[in-house]
Design a protein around this ligand. Structure first.
Ligand SMILES: [Zn+2]
Ligand SMILES: [Zn+2]
Length: 567
């Protein structure tokens, strides 16, 4: 029997036993990872992340997945499961919980990291957290879910195996195959192999971030060796180490290197302090007693006894490290001879900001050690060798690459085909695509809305219109005209006032502004004489007259803002 290729309709419910995977984010971009696993029409949400904005999204703080599908099917959503605690996987929960009240399953640290934003949003009361342990298999909504340990750049990450009526759907989560991880918790290939050898894996969804990179990502412990070397070579000097606050293993290695070279440690940046506290409480971070000091106290220590662990490795403008670079950090001033280690790699899009921070730190006389100068960072994602290992161990009958920009997905799909997954069972999907799994394998099953949802401050969605305006303002500036008309006399009460920002430099503009004012006045009088007598119509005339003159004389198209008032 042939199925229709496209089955539109948001509230489409799969028939009994059918399994659908709905991709809401993360396929075609790094960030805002979110998918639905649907069994018998009952929905489990897999991760709910944010994306950090591109430079062409002025004033946008975050980008969320499109929640339309989840909202319209809220009654069918039964749970959220988390692979791990990175922002691109949990940062959207604070927004999703406004619409849905469902339990959230995850490792304790993942839930702890997710909580930060949820509590900030004042939604603590709506969140119900369910802690799961390594290897645990339990009912979550419509099916059993198994939480399989994987190694990644945040502790206690999981791959998730969904035991569905159509077989096992395995989601790799973000992973690497680190054979000597800092905490000894390796990616559980043996369990994945056992699932493959038993029931078999019907569908594998796997992390594509590093699918273009040949070989294997080095072990996290190699960074520890480099850090120890850097700290030893920096004897007698203060060391600042910046890394992701959630990268507890990296923080551990910085602490080990610092303590090993006789230093005390102070944290800088709110999330660093929070996460160090959280990880210590959960037994995931070991700090020798007496090693932690307050940041206020580091000035009292000898330079060779100081290590500051800081946030801001991505060059974020208001972060601890950026403020240090500009001399605006009230807790810590970078001085001549300090050593700054940036133990991270810029996320695509952040290279420019990180470069500027490095430059400024040099101006202050610091020595800066970063991933371009030393092996002070390794990725948390699998390269081709590890992706092939995963495919080889899991032996999936069908495959969809996830978590990556489009080119990463294409490369990963190619790997899967070369590893023997049948060509028609490797689907290249993007945000909004729906995949159906049944006894004959996977096939496309229509699409759902999956646009970007822009967040600015506490405003939910700033919308495409606002963003278009901001781009126009940033590129062309604005010209505003204010005119007051006397409708009775069909005349203006004075000259229209023109104000501009970011358009043309004032002295050259003087004549232009005069002419613009005159053109608007003329257009308004003419319109009134032609019978126009409402402000809205007159506003349109003012806009047209001003726009035409500006465009003719400057060949630019700034934003035109006319304001016409009547007396
Ligand atoms: Zn991650
Ligand atoms: Zn991720």
């Amino acid at each position: 029997m042939r199925r229709p290729q496209h089955r539109p309709g948001l509230t489409q419910v799969a028939e009994r036993g059918a399994v659908r995977v709905v991709f809401l984010g993360g396929l075609g971009e790094i960030g805002r990872n979110c998918a639905c696993i649907e069994v018998d029409g009952r929905i489990i949400v897999l991760d709910c992340g944010v994306m950090f904005p591109d430079p062409d999204m002025p004033g946008v703080d975050l980008v969320l997945p499109d929640f339309t599908y989840l909202r319209e099917n809220a009654a069918r959503v039964e749970a959220v499961v988390l692979t791990h605690g990175h922002e691109d996987h949990v940062g959207g929960l604070a927004y999703l919980l406004r619409d849905l009240e469902v339990p959230i399953f995850g490792a304790e640290i993942s839930l702890g990291l997710a909580r930060n934003r949820i509590d900030e949003a004042g939604l603590s009361g709506r969140a119900r957290y369910v802690t799961v342990a390594d290897g645990e298999r339990r009912m979550v909504g419509p099916c059993e879910v198994e939480f399989i340990p994987v190694t990644h750049s945040v502790p206690c990450s999981f791959a998730l195996a969904f035991h569905t009526p159509q077989g096992i759907v395995l989601h790799s989560g973000d992973f690497k195959i680190d054979l000597e991880p800092v905490d000894g918790r390796r990616t559980d290939l043996a369990r994945i192999g056992a699932l493959a050898a038993g029931e078999g894996i019907a569908l594998l969804l796997s992390d594509s971030t590093n699918a273009e990179e040949p070989g294997f990502t080095p072990s996290e412990t190699t960074v520890g060796a480099t850090l120890a070397r850097v700290f030893a070579a920096s004897a007698g000097r203060r060391v600042v180490a910046a890394c992701f606050a959630s990268h507890i293993h990296r923080v551990q290695q910085v602490i080990d290197a610092a303590v090993g070279s006789g230093r005390k440690i102070a944290t800088l940046g709110r999330s660093m302090a929070k996460n160090v506290e959280l990880a210590q409480r959960l037994g995931l971070l070991t700090v020798p007693p007496g090693s932690l000091v307050e940041i206020e106290d580091v000035d009292r220590l000898a330079p060779g006894s100081v290590c500051v662990i800081s946030t801001g490795s991505q060059g974020e403008p208001m972060s601890a490290l950026s403020l240090m670079a500009t001399g605006d950090n009230k807790w810590f001033q970078v001085a001549d001879g300090d050593v700054v280690v940036i133990s991270a790699h810029p996320i695509p899009g952040n290279e420019w900001s990180v470069g500027r921070v490095i430059d400024e730190l040099h101006r202050r006389g610091a020595e800066v050690i970063h991933s371009g100068t030393d092996a002070v960072h390794v990725s948390g994602h699998a390269r081709q060798g590890e992706l092939r290992t995963m495919l080889s161990v899991a032996r999936p009958r069908a495959f969809v690459p996830v978590h990556g920009e489009y080119r990463h997905l294409v490369h990963h799909a190619g790997l899967a085909r070369r590893m023997g997954v049948p060509g028609d069972q490797v689907l290249l999907c993007e945000d909004g695509d729906v995949v159906r799994l049944d006894e004959s394998g996977i096939s496309r099953d229509g699409t759902v809305p999956a646009g970007y949802l822009y967040v600015d401050g506490t405003i939910g969605d700033v919308g495409h219109g606002v963003l278009r305006d901001r781009r126009l303002l940033s590129e062309e500036g604005v010209v505003m005209v204010v005119a007051t008309v006397d409708l009775q006399r069909k005349a203006l009460t004075g000259r229209p006032q023109i104000a501009t920002k970011g358009w043309v430099h004032a002295p050259e503009a003087e004549e232009l502004l005069e002419d613009a004012s005159a053109a608007v006045a003329e257009a308004l009088v003419e319109a009134m004489n032609d019978g126009a007598h409402d402000v809205e119509v007159l506003t349109r005339h003012a806009r047209r007259a001003l726009g035409r003159l500006v465009n003719e004389r400057t060949r630019r198209r700034p934003m035109i803002v006319p304001v016409v008032m009547a007396v």
